[in-house]
Structure formats: C-alpha cells, structure tokens
Design a protein around this ligand. Structure first.
Ligand SMILES: Nc1ccn([C@@H]2O[C@H](COP(=O)(O)OP(=O)(O)OP(=O)(O)O)[C@@H](O)[C@H]2O)c(=O)n1
Ligand SMILES: C[C@](O)(CO)[C@H](O)COP(=O)(O)O
Length: 234
C-alpha cells in the first residue's frame, strides 16, 4: 500500500496580517512549515511528502532544508505550482505528481502540531476504505446563528456536527477528478478535499482527530502552537 502526503503551502496568510506568509513565520526558532514537514516525514507509512509552494515564493530557498529536516529531506519533493485558492493549489499539486492510484494525505502547512503517530494510525484505519476520510473533532461549544445585527437569531443543535481538520486522505486520481469537476465554478464551496468528493455523492469517513491539531490562522494561534509544541504534550 503506497501513501504520500501533499502539503498546500501557497497561501498568503491574510488573516495573520503579517508581511511574511504564515508558513514561514518563526515558531520555536524554525519556520512554521518545518514543524509540519517534520511531523509528516516522521510518519513511517508515508513514502514521500510533496509540498506545494507558490511560483512566486521568495522564502523557500532561503532556508537550509537538509539541516532543518535531517536525513528525511530525501523524501521531500517541492512543487512550485500553487494557485489562487487552496483547492487550486491541491489540484495543481496532484496533477504535477506522477499519476498513480496511491493514497494522498493532504495536510495544511498551517497545522504544525500534527503527531506523526496519528498519521500512521489514520492510514491504518482507512487503507481498505472505498473512499477515504478526514481527521475531525466533534463540535464542543453551543452554536449560535447570528442575525445581520450580530445578535442571536437562534441556537442550532450541535449533535452530529464535526470540525474538519487535515490530513484528508483520498486516492490521487479520485481526488484530482473531483477537484477538476468542481473548479473553478464552485471554488468558494471547496474549502477542503472532502467537500469535492461530497459533491460527487461520496461519504468520506470521519476519523477522530485532536484539538491540538489546530490551524494557525490568527496571530494568537501561533502563540498557542508554540506553547503546545514546547510543552512536550504532542
Ligand atoms: N492559494 C492558496 C491558499 C492557501 N493555501 C494553503 O492552504 C492551507 C490552509 O489555508 P489557510 O489557513 O486559509 O491559509 P491562507 O490562505 O494562507 O490564509 P488566509 O486565508 O488567512 O489568507 C495553508 O497551509 C495555505 O498555505 C495554498 O496552498 N494555496
Ligand atoms: C481544510 C481545512 O483545514 C479544514 O478545516 C480548512 O478548511 C482550510 O482553511 P481555510 O481557511 O478554509 O482555507
């Protein structure tokens, strides 16, 4: 069974409000993305990790990646094919890889607190599945629907609601075809890989993730990621 990771890392990090894209911001003395890549390269069941950066990326080449990643650097592939949206970056990355029916685990560069062991466990849980699946966590808070005035219109039941995380694991050709069918027309709706498969009537599995696998989106998330990684709890 062959599995590879694909890491979309071509975003600008607009919500982080930093001149440097968030994947290159300092996290415990290393660029944030180095933590993400180390976690993936530490997964024994992943044969290769492919990272998708923007064709205009000015940062990647400024780092000594063999020094940051050690011997596992040999399993890293860099694809300068990022697009205008996350979905487009993933689609371009899939198209740039040698075509096969391998499992592909798409993981956000912006989720640096992933555990390698969770990646291996996910592959074991899904490798014989007909569709694939994603890491996710059940919603823990009470959910409110807001009115235009930002007051509460109503409370919506949270039973059965999960927050999607990454990795999201699908067969390379099935995911590529699903993204090609959805883009560019439905780009706003395709905020993760599963949503492209769902449009075709598929029902990906929900695999229990961890609240520690947070996405660095706002400045406070970077602080939290640093505290989590430093704590040794991950
Ligand atoms: N055109 C894009 C947009 C996003 N991403 C990647 O998708 C992941 C998740 O996206 P998000 O957190 O939304 O990142 P940004 O788009 O960079 O952030 P923002 O939406 O705040 O601008 C990130 O690793 C990001 O680099 C990408 O590869 N190509
Ligand atoms: C794919 C994702 O990480 C699932 O939670 C997330 O949707 C990506 O971030 P974005 O802000 O929606 O681009």
């Amino acid at each position: 069974m062959s599995a590879i990771a694909l890491v979309p890392a071509a975003g600008s990090g607009s919500r982080m409000a930093s001149a440097t894209p968030k994947q290159y911001l300092d996290l415990l003395g290393q660029p944030l993305i180095a933590h993400t890549l180390c976690a993936l390269l530490g997964a024994t069941r992943l044969a290769q990790v492919a990272v998708v950066i923007s064709p205009a990326d000015e940062w990647w080449e400024s780092y000594d990646w063999p020094a940051l990643l050690g011997a596992s650097f040999a399993r890293l592939l860099v694809l300068r094919v990022g697009g205008d949206s996350r979905a487009e970056s993933v689609m371009n990355g899939l198209a740039a890889l040698p075509q096969s029916d391998a499992w592909v685990l798409v993981h956000d560069a912006a989720r640096p607190c992933l555990r390698s062991q969770q990646v291996d466990e996910m592959i074991t849980q899904l490798e014989y599945d007909a569709v694939g699946g994603i890491l996710a966590v059940p919603v823990a808070d009470t959910l409110k629907i807001a009115s235009k005035e930002q007051s509460i219109a109503r409370t919506t039941p949270r039973a059965g609601l999960w927050q999607a995380q990454t990795p999201q694991m699908f067969r390379q050709q099935a995911l590529l075809a699903a993204l090609q069918a959805a883009l560019p027309e439905h780009v706003a709706d395709i905020t993760d890989e599963a949503s492209a498969l769902e449009r075709l009537g598929k029902s990906p599995k929900l695999i229990m993730g961890s609240p520690w696998n947070l996405k660095v989106t706002y400045p406070q998330d970077l602080i939290l990621a640093g505290l989590l990684l430093k704590s040794g709890a991950i």
